[in-house]
Design a protein. Sequence first.
Length: 49
Amino acid sequence: MTDTTKTLKVGDPAPDFSLASESGKISLNDYRGKKNVVLVFYPLAWTPV
């Protein structure tokens, strides 16, 4: 198995990924072309960041 990453540039489409949710598994492709999606990553209040 090779561990590689791809650097995205402004305007590149986001790669598909899936996440677990309370209603089951959600994939970015479930929304692609149907709705706008905003991804936000932030540290939680109790983290040292």
